[in-house]
Each structure stands twice: as structure tokens, then as C-alpha cells.
Design a protein around this ligand. Structure first.
Ligand code: SF4
Ligand code: SF4
Length: 302
């Protein structure tokens, strides 16, 4: 969703050294990047070359998780003879998170509150790279994109190209849904970071890479218990935060402390909520906490 031209405008004093193409598929269930690489590999490489030309970057990497052998082969074939390297990454969630991806490929850590450019990196997603190719080579604006329609609640899951703005209902009618009483929730995005749709009559938008329909059987509601300080949330956090502590700080409105403990570094991956045996929805608290912290910061500036 972040404007591509802003990413490509390297500010004075900064230097872009690497272009990283995020092909690590951000969440389980989502397979649209994989499909794009299988079917549009040459066009994606043209998109990469356009970005390299625009930013002056001399080296590009395509980060693909090891569970996509066909896409790896396809992209290796397509980059042959170009200064572009396919990097095979360990399959783990959230490998597709920007900072994780940069570290996996360059072994450089983006500082807390920093941007990829702070370590010389520019990161683009596979679909954006393809859209850049279409914009420059065909003069086609971003009016359509790829999406994965998935989840146990979808009768015929698959990947499709759709016109941006199409109602979620129209897309899901196309693939068919199981009986309404079996559906737990429908998400914009994947099962870990997706946002529940309050209504199926809502339109899709340009960042919509998936609609996931979870059934009650696979996503049973967890009983909620008090925190037992088991530290499972700490062990799984890819950013090395202390989610149980951050939650307490946000709930007590101790925003200064929460910021000091890295609230804004949370990438909202949902791993802590998923791992918590007490059923605590930690990530929901962080999403709200970040919004409040930003608002307070804005008010303080005025
Ligand atoms: S995983 Fe849940 S129960 Fe365990 S420390 Fe974290 S918040 Fe508490
Ligand atoms: S959602 Fe939880 S696990 Fe993921 S980065 Fe934030 S605190 Fe860490």
C-alpha cells in the first residue's frame, strides 16, 4: 500500500545498495506470489530491472522460501545473466516481514524505528514489481491484481486476477462457500495478520492479496485465562519483544514505557497470540496501542 515512487526516491545522504524482492509469501494459506512467479517470471524480472534503473541499485535479490521449488527454478531461469540472485530462504513465519527478510538476505539489522534504507535496502513485493512492469511497459495503471481466495470455508480455493474494488462477496461467490453456520470469520488477508470483514458486501482494495474464510472447526474460539507468565509469547516473537509485558503497559496506558519496550517495532505478526496457551489476543492490544501512541505523539507535536 506504501507509494512505490516514495520508496524509489532515495533521500540525499542515503544510498540504496540492494533491491530485495519479497517473494517469501507473507502468511500461511496465501499462494499468490508463488503463482505470479510461475506464470509471470519474465515480466517480474523486467519490473526488477526498471526499479534498479530508477534507483541506481546495482544488485538485486529475490527472496523465496524453500517450500516453493517450482518458483525457485522458474525465477532462476528468468534471472540468468542478470545481476539478480535468487536467495532460497528457510520456510518459517514471518519470513516475509520486511525486517526479517532483509536480515535473512543481507544479515543486516534495520534499527528500531528505522527504515530499510538505513541498511541500504529497498524492498518491493512480487506483485508490486509486476505492477511496475505493467505501468512502465504497457502504460497500464493499477486497476487489477492477483488474489488468493482460500481457507477451509472456500469450496474451490485458488488464485485469481481481480479488478480492484470488486466486492468481497462477488469474489467469494465465484469460488463458493460452505454453509454459513460453519463459517467462523472471513478475513482480508491471511489467518495470522488478516482483518475480519464486518460485512461481506465490502469492496477489495489495492493491498488485498487474499481473502481467507476460516471455519469454526479450524479456528475454534480459545477459552480466555489470565496470563500465567509462561513466556511462550516471548519465545516466538520474531522481533525479540516481551509481548506479555507490552500488553500490561498498554492496558495501564503507560505508553512511554511501552514505546521504550518496542511497541512500535511490533510487526503485528500475531505469533504471540497464536502461541499463548491462555488464549490472550495480544496482537489486538498492540494494534490499538500503536494507534493511540501515534495519536498522542501527533497531539504532543501540536
Ligand atoms: S504466552 Fe500468554 S500466558 Fe504465556 S506469558 Fe505470554 S501472555 Fe502470558
Ligand atoms: S505480534 Fe506479537 S509476536 Fe508479532 S512482533 Fe508483535 S509482539 Fe512480536
Amino acid at each position: 500500500m506504501f507509494p512505490s515512487h516514495v520508496k524509489m526516491s532515495v533521500p540525499e545522504g542515503k544510498k540504496a545498495e540492494y533491491l530485495i524482492i519479497n517473494a517469501a509469501e507473507c502468511e500461511p494459506y496465501i499462494t499468490i506470489d508463488n503463482r505470479m512467479m510461475l506464470e509471470r517470471s519474465k515480466e517480474i524480472v523486467k519490473g526488477i530491472k526498471i526499479i534498479m534503473h530508477a534507483t541506481g541499485v546495482k544488485k538485486a535479490y529475490i527472496g523465496i522460501e524453500s517450500n516453493k521449488p517450482e518458483a525457485i527454478e522458474k525465477m532462476k531461469e528468468a534471472v540468468s545473466g542478470e545481476p539478480i540472485e535468487v536467495k532460497v530462504l528457510k520456510t518459517k513465519y514471518p519470513q516475509g516481514a520486511e525486517k526479517q527478510l532483509i536480515y535473512a538476505i543481507t544479515k543486516k539489522e534495520v534499527p528500531s524505528g528505522g527504515l530499510p534504507l538505513d541498511v541500504g535496502a529497498i524492498v518491493f513485493n512480487v506483485s508490486t514489481t509486476y505492477a511496475i512492469y505493467e505501468a512502465v511497459e504497457k502504460g497500464k495503471p493499477l486497476i487489477e491484481r492477483g488474489i488468493t481466495l482460500t481457507g477451509e470455508g472456500v469450496k474451490n480455493p485458488g488464485n485469481f486476477i481481480y479488478r480492484i474494488g470488486t466486492l468481497a462477496k462477488d469474489l467469494l461467490d465465484h469460488v463458493g462457500l460452505v454453509e454459513e453456520e460453519k463459517i467462523d470469520r472471513i478475513l482480508y488477508g491471511g489467518p495470522m495478520m488478516g482483518i475480519p470483514l464486518p460485512s461481506i458486501e465490502l469492496p477489495t482494495f489495492k493491498g488485498n492479496n487474499a481473502l481467507t474464510v476460516m471455519t469454526k472447526e479450524v479456528a475454534p474460539k480459545k477459552e480466555l485465562y489470565p496470563c500465567i507468565r509462561c513466556s511462550k509469547c516471548v519465545q516466538v516473537c520474531p522481533i525479540n519483544l516481551m509481548p506479555y509485558l507490552l500488553k500490561m503497559q498498554v492496558e495501564k496506558r503507560e505508553y512511554d514505557k511501552a514505546l521504550e519496550y518496542g511497541l512500535m517495532d511490533c510487526i503485528e505478526c500475531g505469533s504471540c497470540s497464536f502461541a499463548c496457551p491462555a488464549g490472550i489476543e495480544l496482537v489486538k492490544t498492540f494494534k490499538t496501542g500503536k494507534k493511540v501512541a501515534r495519536a498522542l505523539k501527533g497531539r504532543a507535536k501540536k
